[in-house]
Design a binder for this molecule. Structure first.
Ligand code: GLU
Length: 443
């Protein structure tokens, strides 16, 4: 680390920073938690406060209202957000989630996580995130399309291939990305595939993007197993979440011949000591109108609660649902030796501390789930050049990036005698601070 060790805290009494902290952080727990990890790392690295301070703030935030004529003819107004945390290393990048309980604090936090994730895997992007407060399960496809198109129109001043590039996240998919791309293009007057990633293949999506997050998690699991000398054929896995990401991970692990003993989703969980038939379960979920595990029947399975899944006797636990799942209470009872975070922010800081004290190895989200944004980057690169790569090439690139990032983080955690999470944040912070210093402060 080349940054000045004596520098940290020089301006710790920074007035603006303190004001920002007071007015905002008390109410915004999730952003506060993210900052506390970041502050700890900045302090340990001994970075200069003046270099670090601007990175504690999101650069730009937009809250929009989205009036939509519903199928019954009435108008409903939805709330949407787009937060750009940092454009220091390149255009902002990050997904859009649809959820009834999403708020600005969550979007801010996720935008910052994108900054650190992109810096960690060293792709030339900053971080952003967007969201619409809605429950897609209660909307018709037509209503979903209208919300998406109006939301896109409302955030139009912020997005664009050279400014900020959206992608899928929780409850959004390639169809929604297609509507965003189409709406953006309609305003430009020509087709702009590179405005959005995670699109259907037919309109410029990349082969391998759909499975990219899951594949990245698989590469991470292989890396940790290799590093720690674990025989994955003998290991057992539990996966929380059987949506886009959780299901792909389960399928990829199953194809490798690994034993997945527990999975769940919002409809409930199932357990089988000898290992679940993931192909059969995936068929059930695909054909089930609700696309949930509910109603699945197979020999030897028993049902388990979410808490039982998170604390089950397994070697590797993969949280692949939402944030704040592994709390202090859960962490105390976690029996897995390794946790690979596939969701964004699944572990609370209190939970994390307990896991560290117990010696559980936690591979942090910004490392293990970076596969999605890595292949988003490859999609954007293909679009910019009007090229279409073979899936083999995409997967090979993804593998190289994931393996290199894992190695970098592993080496730093050994060198600094810290956790993988802190090492990952340190690397990301170092790269972002360096970029900022080179660019300088305008004016
Ligand atoms: N939503 C994904 C994430 O949280 C992908 C973002 C992207 O591809 O831009 O990493």
């Amino acid at each position: 680390m080349t940054l000045d060790n004596s520098c940290y805290g020089n301006a710790a009494e920074d007035q603006q920073g303190q004001n920002y902290d007071r007015s905002f952080l008390e109410e915004n727990h999730s952003y506060r938690d993210m900052l506390s990890t970041l502050d700890t790392c900045a302090k340990k690295m001994g970075v200069c406060w003046d270099d670090y301070l601007p990175l504690r703030y999101p650069e730009r935030e937009l809250t929009v209202s989205i009036p939509v004529e519903m199928d019954d003819g009435h108008i409903k107004v939805f709330v949407g957000y787009r937060v750009q945390h940092s454009s220091v290393r390149g255009p902002c990048k990050g997904g859009i989630r649809y959820a009834p309980d999403v708020n600005l604090d969550e979007v801010r936090t996720l935008a910052a996580l994108m900054t650190w994730k992109c810096a960690l895997v060293n792709i030339p992007y900053g971080g952003a995130k967007g969201a619409v407060q809605c429950d897609p399960g209660k909307l018709s496809s037509r209503e979903l399309m209208k919300i998406t198109r109006r939301y896109t129109a409302m955030i139009l001043p912020l997005i664009g291939p050279e400014k900020d590039i959206p992608a899928p996240d929780v409850n959004t998919n390639s169809q929604i990305m297609a509507w965003i791309m189409d709406t953006y293009s309609a305003f430009q007057g020509f087709t702009v595939p590179e405005a959005v990633t995670g699109k259907p293949i037919e309109i410029g999506g990349s082969l391998g993007r759909e499975e990219a997050t899951g594949r990245g998690v698989l590469f991470t699991i292989n890396q940790i197993a290799r590093t720690k000398g674990i025989d994955l054929k003998k290991a057992s896995f539990a996966i929380q979440g059987f949506g886009k990401v959780g299901r792909t991970i389960a399928q990829l692990l199953y194809q490798e011949g690994y034993r997945i003993v527990a999975v769940n989703d919002i409809s409930g969980g199932i357990y089988k000591e000898e290992g679940l038939d993931i192909a059969d379960l995936s068929n059930h979920v695909r054909e089930n109108p609700s696309h949930l595990i509910e109603g699945y029947k197979a020999e030897g399975i028993s049902s388990i609660t979410n808490q039982e899944l998170l604390t089950s006797e397994v070697d590797i636990l993969i949280p692949a649902a939402r944030e704040n799942q592994i709390t202090e209470d859960i962490a105390k009872d976690v029996k897995a030796k390794i946790i690979v975070e596939a969701a964004n922010g699944p572990t609370t800081p209190e939970g994390d501390q307990i896991l560290n004290e117990k010696g559980v190895v936690v591979v942090p989200d910004i490392l293990s789930n970076a596969g999605g944004v890595v292949v988003s980057y490859l999609e954007w690169v293909q679009n910019l050049q009007a090229l279409m790569w073979e899936e083999r090439k995409v997967n090979a690139f993804l593998r190289k990036i994931m393996e290199k990032s894992f190695q970098d983080v592993w080496e730093l955690q050994e060198q600094k005698k810290t956790t993988l999470r802190e090492a990952a944040y340190m690397l990301a912070l170092e790269r972002t601070i360096k970029a900022r210093k080179i660019r300088g402060t305008f004016p």
